[in-house]
Design a protein around this ligand. Structure first.
Ligand code: EPZ
Length: 434
């Protein structure tokens, strides 16, 4: 047996109160990478205090950048001498770090980094990143699980993604921002995090039009300034709390939440008829105390503004409590269903045949020992523990800490009976890449 930090939840419960939401992890990560491009200090405010952020800061420090804490954020100073190879051990911990390679190569003429592996949610190739970097004039070679980039004559290009990719769009946009030419990206990701990155790069001196649409035009510059930026609220954290409120028939006030970032989730909630009231553009009250039980339906995940894949696992818990057969079609990460096996341990009736899962409800959930396999799967199991009758013990809390700030204490403040504890668990191989 080994000791592992776990979450213990006693359910069922009903969430009630106010919750403060953090800055978006998936906006702060590319925001940190952009510091590689700046010739001046770059300050990010409203950065979430989560493991992925600390891991990326460690990578930037391994490259020679110094940083210091800033109230609820960080200031990063340009390096006097930039290394061209981030630590492989650190890169393997966080996929988003792959984005440092293009800016590093554009800055220093060379970059080499570990090829990010697959993870619990799927294979997650990087061919779109590499094809784009090659189109910008980089010589791309792969050997012994490493990607090597050499800057030939860097130039603008017209690049069309074969598949919508968030960090692929971000990676090429920030690399092109340092190339004094015009680059056109087509079939781009339209996520709010991509839009914020474009706003940052524009404020630093690049010219970027079209972010938030499928076509982005970048006019880069050889030198970019620094600046100070406030990270947008985390729409996936917000969605997780909204789903937990619905699942427990609670009443929760969330702030800050960007109404324009929540589209498809709010539309999907309509089947439960919760009372949603926007106190102002960033304060949402979700009152699910008189909610309908919902009706069988299909959720199809899609790139923004569609239903977010990062809320699919949490939504599956709601489907277990609906009478009838509901389905999920996962079009972004077709294999992203490992959480289903753990929900079955709690009593759910789910069959998975990628890219679809079929959920039969209503099935009473009973507390049990379960294991988190990735960041959003761990959030799903927490929501399930709030609904289940009895005690649920969730192993693999380190996944949760990668992307949620103090989820347990925030839920405690909303009335949940949830505690961290060290427990004896069966050893398991934990792949910490996501
Ligand atoms: C980003 O990952 C997010 N991470 C993920 O959030 C999110 O689930 C995902 O976008 C989809 O919204 C960050 O922003 C740091 P993709 P990313 O490239 O960019 C395929 C979380 O929980 N693809 O948009 O890695 C890929 O396999 C994380 O916060 C290629 O085929 O995802 C997938 O099927 C998990 N070739 C699809 O595109 C490539 O070169 C979308 O992936 C790149 C991607």
């Amino acid at each position: 047996m080994i000791q592992d930090e776990c979450l213990e939840i006693h359910g069922p419960c009903r969430l009630d109160g106010r919750v403060h939401l953090e800055g978006a992890k998936n906006a702060a990560l590319p925001g940190l990478v952009v510091s590689l491009l700046a010739d001046e200090p770059l300050t990010l405010e409203n950065v979430p205090d989560v493991l992925d952020i600390h891991n990326l800061l460690a990578i930037l420090r391994s490259l020679g950048l110094e940083y210091e804490p800033y109230p609820a954020g960080v200031t990063i100073y340009p390096a006097t001498r930039l290394s061209s190879e981030p630590s492989s051990e650190l890169v393997q911990r966080i996929r988003a770090s792959f984005m440092v390679l293009g800016p590093l190569c554009a800055r220093t003429g060379y970059a080499r980094g570990a090829y990010p592996g697959g993870c619990a949610i799927g294979q997650r190739p990087v061919d779109q990143h590499l094809n784009g970097l090659s189109a910008l004039g980089m010589d791309v070679t792969l050997h012994d699980h490493r990607v090597e980039l050499k800057a030939g004559n860097l130039h603008g290009a017209k690049i069309r993604f074969d598949i919508v990719t968030v960090t692929g769009t971000e990676h090429l946009m920030m690399t092109a921002a340092l190339i004094p030419d015009t680059t056109i990206l087509e079939n781009c990701a339209r996520e709010p995090e991509v839009v914020q990155l474009a706003e940052m790069l524009t404020s630093m001196g690049a010219e970027i039009q079209g972010a938030g649409t499928e076509r982005i035009v970048i006019r880069g510059r050889k030198q970019l300034a620094g600046g100070r930026f406030y990270i947008i609220p985390d729409r996936i954290e917000a969605g997780t709390y909204i789903i937990a409120t619905l699942a427990t028939r609670g009443r929760v006030c969330l702030h800050p939440v960007r109404r324009d970032h929540m589209g498809a989730l709010i539309e999907s909630l309509e089947m439960f008829q919760p009372r949603l009231s926007w106190e102002n553009s960033q304060t949402l009250i979700v009152d699910a105390t008189q909610c309908d039980s919902g009706f069988p339906h299909e959720i199809r995940t899609e790139p923004f503004p569609g239903f977010p894949t990062d809320l699919q696992a949490q939504w599956m818990v709601l489907q277990t409590q609906i009478i009838g057969v509901s389905t999920i079609e996962e079009t972004v990460f077709p294999e992203r269903f490992r959480h289903a096996l753990e929900l079955v341990r709690l009593g759910a009736e789910i069959t998975v045949s990628p890219p679809r899962a079929t959920v039969k409800g209503k099935t009473p959930l009973k507390g049990a020992k379960v294991k988190a396999t990735d960041l959003r799967a761990s959030a799903c199991l927490v929501v399930a523990g709030l609904v289940a009758e009895g005690t649920t013990l969730i192993q693999g809390v380190e996944h949760l800490d990668r992307g949620y700030v103090a989820l347990d204490t925030k839920l405690q403040s909303l009335g949940a009976v949830i505690h961290r504890k060290v427990a004896d668990v069966m050893p398991s191989r934990l792949a910490v890449v996501g």
